[in-house]
Write a new protein. Sequence first.
Length: 249
Amino acid sequence: MKRYFENFLLMLQVLTRIPINKSLPCENTDFKRGANFFAIVGLVIGLIQFIVYSFLIKFFNLDIAVIFVIIIDILITGGFHIDGFGDTCDGFFATKGKDKIIDIMKDSRIGTFACIGIIINILIKFIGYTTILNNITSYIIILLPMISRVSIVLISYIGKAAKEIGSGNLFINTVTFKEVIINYLLFILIAIFMLDIKRLLIIVIISSITTILFNKYCNSKINGITGDSLGANNELVMLILLIVLSGNF
């Protein structure tokens, strides 16, 4: 039990900037077991965002509260996933071969497509959250970070590594079907108390389809996925769900 708790803390260290002042085991098996806790890490992130939102909405209008929800996400994660999204935009829209695309994605400099992608990303989040919080439920702030992290586990399971060496390989080709099921079950067990069944099914189905299609797209571009692809998938799932849930369903 202690080892599993340490694996959870390890995932908090890897996926967030939350300070964990503890030396933790970092073997490959620890990362594999840690994949069981992606949904819970998403829950922690979402709860922090929800607490900030619930406080700010008492004193400011919805637009200001939503801006801080987005900022808090970036601060908690250190922009980890949105950086992968930007790098993926730079690489995939460069219309180059596989090796060149991967080189572009590894480049620390931010390119034109990354800038455009990140701006669109933030705009969709702002408009999407504002619409949903006005019409559906504020619990979406908690649930989206959860399901987007679940999608990382799914794409790690169905995808293959595009590079022999990379941080993403700690999960890619390592995660098994068991970790996928555990994360989906954890999400559903929590979400069922916050959403109606119809919207819960929409979230699970759309996030899964988005992840499967993005994995296929990555295969067509670089014959696999990288750590940046994991971050990009996290962001893409959130964006697609924000668009879909903003509709009249």
